[in-house]
Each structure stands twice: as structure tokens, then as C-alpha cells.
Design a protein around this ligand. Structure first.
Ligand code: SF4
Length: 189
């Protein structure tokens, strides 16, 4: 796992370096959180989910309890097609797990303010992000991939977590968990 995390963090850093030129033009500022409020899909791998969970486990126990409940509720809402404000956004519209946020959140920015429309991203930056998403999914090739609350809800299942950490998850079991949690296999095309 340690080696996988090293690869993941290296990918985050290399993306940040490669995208620096684009990000300098971003209109995004702390507290402007349209991307986190109108969350359509915020996808991540199970490995990224473990990283987010480690940040969650560092929060005060009552906050953790509230967030765990909220994530399970958000997973159900998503299953019914609703868009939901990300559970990790606090009352000041700041991310509670910012340092451990997944790549989907890292790659999102807009060169125009989003109050009048969707984010505006450079085409070249979008292509760059695509290549890093493929790399990040490849690092977690025995895991699953999908919407943030669904991945975290799955990682809260002790059976799944144990098998995933032991790398004893067979393809058949992974497909069965994927179906139940609305996810895909990271290694799927
Ligand atoms: S994890 Fe953080 S950055 Fe990502 S959508 Fe949630 S609040 Fe926003």
C-alpha cells in the first residue's frame, strides 16, 4: 500500500507542476466552492478514498460521526439521481479534507467565475487531466472507481476494507461490490 500511496502522491505533484501555467489563470479562490456544492460526479479510486478516510479519521469524533452518516445518506441520494453538496464542505465553504482531496477535486478549476455558468477549463488542461486519471486508476488497478460518497461508503464496510488492504479481492468479489455500490473496477476500460 505504501508504494501505491507514493505513486499516487507523485502523480498529484506532477500534475500540479504540469498544470501550474493553467492554474495561475484560475478565477478560483478559497470559499468559492461551486464545484463542491453542485456536485454532479466527484470520482475517485479506492486508494484515493483511503487517503480521504485518513483525513476524516483525524477529525473530532463527533464531526467524524456526523460526516460518516452524511456520506451514507449522500450515496443513497446519488442513487436516486440527486445532486448534493459535498459532505466535506464546511459552513465557511472550505474543504475539511483539502490536503487529502482526490484528483477529481485537484484538477477542477475555472478561468471565469462560475456564478454565471459552468467552469471554463483550458482544452489542453483537460487533456492533461485525462492522462493523469488513467495513471491514477492504473495505480489502483485492483480497486474500484466512482463517486466519492459511494467509494467512502464501501471503504466503511469492514469486509471490503480487509480484503482490499490484504490485496485478496478477487475479480468476481470486486464486481459484486462494484454492482452494490454503483462503482466500476479501476482496471475496467
Ligand atoms: S472533497 Fe473537498 S474539494 Fe472535493 S468536492 Fe468535497 S469539499 Fe470540494
Amino acid at each position: 500500500m505504501e508504494e501505491r500511496f507514493e505513486k499516487l502522491f507523485s502523480a498529484y505533484q506532477r500534475f500540479e507542476d504540469a498544470a501550474r501555467g493553467f492554474l495561475l489563470e484560475a478565477a478560483c479562490r478559497p470559499g468559492c466552492a461551486d464545484c463542491c456544492i453542485d456536485v454532479g460526479r466527484m470520482d475517485m479510486t479506492t486508494l484515493e478514498g483511503l487517503n480521504v478516510l485518513s483525513a476524516l479519521e483525524g477529525l473530532e469524533p463527533p464531526v467524524q460521526k456526523r460526516l460518516r452518516k452524511r456520506l451514507l445518506r449522500d450515496k443513497k441520494k446519488r442513487g436516486k439521481g440527486s445532486r448534493v453538496r459535498c459532505a466535506f464542505l464546511d459552513q465557511r465553504d472550505l474543504c475539511l479534507v483539502y490536503e487529502q482531496r482526490p484528483f477529481s477535486c485537484r484538477q477542477l478549476y475555472s478561468v471565469k467565475r462560475c456564478d454565471r455558468g459552468p467552469p471554463t477549463v483550458h482544452r489542453a488542461a483537460h487533456a492533461l487531466s485525462r492522462s493523469f486519471i488513467d495513471e491514477i486508476k492504473g495505480i489502483d488497478d485492483t480497486g474500484l472507481y466512482g463517486h466519492l460518497p459511494n467509494v467512502l461508503a464501501l471503504l466503511m464496510e469492514p469486509d471490503f476494507r480487509e480484503m482490499y488492504l490484504a490485496r485478496s479481492l478477487t475479480r468476481a468479489r470486486a464486481e459484486s461490490w462494484a454492482k452494490r455500490y454503483g462503482l466500476r473496477l479501476s482496471a475496467a476500460p
